[in-house]
Ligand binder design. Structure first.
Ligand code: NI
Length: 149
């Protein structure tokens, strides 16, 4: 290795995946009218779908031996297993146990994705790699960023 990695270099590495899912924005603790007022047509009874785009960013020091922060093949496999398998072609209100008692907004989904990935990442690496950001696009125009705060 040359001298580039002699001092610790902190980098941010991102990977993007897509999944399709349905949801309904409806809070059972509120009346039908209140739900309509807050969520509009997103409260319609049978739900609607989105093509979600998820960008995951990891942060940490580049490993001297490999020149990687984290093997992207491995990150791809983790995202397939933990995110795509769990959410793709599902109805978020009905098919995802972790979302049973909440309104599955993009905010809530981003937080759940954070918790799932953080647990998985801490279990597989002893290097200092952290989940830096979850960015979830519900549409091309709307996105939520969560940094674990
Ligand atoms: Ni929606």
């Amino acid at each position: 290795m040359n001298d580039l990695l002699k001092k610790p270099r902190k980098v941010y590495v991102s990977r993007t995946i897509e999944f399709n899912a349905a949801h309904r924005l409806f809070n059972p603790l509120l009346t039908e009218n209140e739900n309509c007022k807050i969520y509009g047509k997103c409260a319609n009874k049978h739900g609607h779908g989105h093509n979600y785009l998820l960008e995951i960013t990891l942060a940490g020091i580049v490993e001297q031996k490999t020149g990687f922060l984290f093997d992207l093949k491995e990150l791809k496999a983790i995202l397939e297993e933990e995110i795509v398998n769990r959410f793709d072609h599902r109805h978020l209100n009905h098919d995802v146990p972790e979302l049973q008692d909440c309104v599955p907004t993009t905010e809530v989904l981003a937080v759940l994705i954070w918790d799932i990935l953080e647990e998985r990442l801490t279990s597989i690496t002893n290097r200092e790699i952290s989940l830096h950001e979850v960015k979830l696009y519900e549409t091309g125009k709307n996105a939520v960023r969560y940094l674990g705060e």
